[in-house]
Structure formats: structure tokens, C-alpha cells
Design a protein around this ligand. Sequence first.
Ligand code: ZN
Length: 290
Amino acid sequence: MNWQMWYQHAPYDWFSRFGMIYPAVWIFVFFWVFAMGACFGSFLNVCIWRIPRKESLSKTASHCTTCGTAIRWFDNLPIISYLILQGKCRHCRTPYSPSYFFVELTCAVLFVLTVLKSGLLKQYIGIIPFQLSAIFFTLGCALIDVKHRIIPDKMSFSAIAIGLLFTLLMPQAWGADSRLSALLIAVISGVIPAGILALFILTCQLLWKRTVIGWGDVKLLLAIGIFLGLPGGIFVLLCGAFTGCIYGLAAIRKWNGVVPFAPFLTFGTLLWIFFSKYILDAYYKFCISW
Ligand SMILES: [Zn+2]
């Protein structure tokens, strides 16, 4: 293999290259990815608490929501501090919700699995930031939606902005050779699934004068399409609609007729990130058999 070939394959074959030459490097890399995931999970906890309450994300430092004592940096380490303090405030001993710990751990584990999966499947290295952002934002929106029955614009618009920024930085992730065409593909990938959902909502409002799904879900789906691409966006829409309908019919009383849709979009997003290869294979096989 000549140098040019080596260089061309490097963004796809990065996992086995480094893994075979320096196995110890991977232990360090995965530890780092796990720690980064835990930090993002910790920040997501702040977003989940503050954004629906219209509190600033940056103005005040982390504090105990019961006694108001500021949490010092060594008590604010993701995952570790929760275990050391056994999930309680150091000052007033009020127990914190275990959901803080689980959000941090979930983010950390999903981040590691995403990098591992992309490496093993020889996916382009530039798609990893898109997929990690998709996990961060859909997970956050799902938890806010379940608790507060809204998907804040701050979350969905930030997600869209970050997706477009990554597109400009890494147009190759879209198989495009110019930034402009990558941007165009990204916008189309978001607008088509979001547009289908918007049409569905408008139809429901016209025919039955009912809002079954909120506009926040449309904005979130737009972001998901930008993170995952058009096939991913369509899959998440179909998967969300299918699982959401089944759950909605079973539990409509609990939610007074309006079921939070974001958790089902999140479920579809995770399925796509980890199993898109198998979903696409099954789809092609299905097409050929017909
Ligand atoms: Zn306290």
C-alpha cells in the first residue's frame, strides 16, 4: 500500500490501525471518551434542570437545590462525586435524585459505545461528533419532555446550529466535496422528515381540532435529520411514530391525550446510531425480494 492509499483510508480505518499497533493507546482513548461523556452528561443535567425553569446556564455555579449551598469543584466530579457522597448534599445531606447519576453514566457509556462501534464498522471518523451530539440532545430533550411536557427551543435550536456547524467543518461526513453542497444536503435531510411530521400535525389540527404532537418535536426531528442524514431522519420518524402510537394507545389516559413524543424519537435515534448498518441491509434485502 502506498502512502496516498494509506492516507485515503486513514479516516475510515483508524480503529484497527491504532488498535493493532498500540493497544495501550486505546485504553487511554476510551478512558478519555468515557470521562468526556460523563462531563457532557453532567452538563446535560444542568440543562435539564435549568432550561425549562428559564434559569441561566452560566450565571450561577452549581448549587444544592434544597439548601442553596454552592457545590465545590471536588464535589462536582461526574459519577465519582455521586458515589463518594452517596448521592447526598455534603452540607444538608438532602438526597439528590439518582437520575443525575444515571444521566452521567448513560452519556459516558453511550459515548464509548459510539466510538467503539464507528471504529469496528470502519465508519468515517467525522460522523462521530454528529452522533455524539445526537445522543446528547435527544437524551436531554426526552428527559425534559417527560418532566415538563415541552421541548425548549434553546435545546432544539442549539442542536440545529451545532449540526450545521459540524457540516461546515466536515463536509466529507456527507460525502460532499464542497461546504455549500454539504450544507444543502444537511438542510434537506432535516427538512424532509420534519416537514412530514409538520404536515401530520397540521392535518390533525384541521380534521380533529387536536394537537397530538407538539411543534417542539418537529424542531427536534429537524436537528436529528441534520445529525443522522436523510435515511436516519426518516427511520427515526417512522420508528418514533410506530412505537409512540403503540405506547399512546396503551397509556393515553395517563398523559391526558398528549403523549410526549421526544422519548420515542430518542429511541429511534439510538437504534439508528448503533444498528443503521443492519437496518439498511434488511431494507435492501426487502427491496430485492420484491
Ligand atoms: Zn444542600
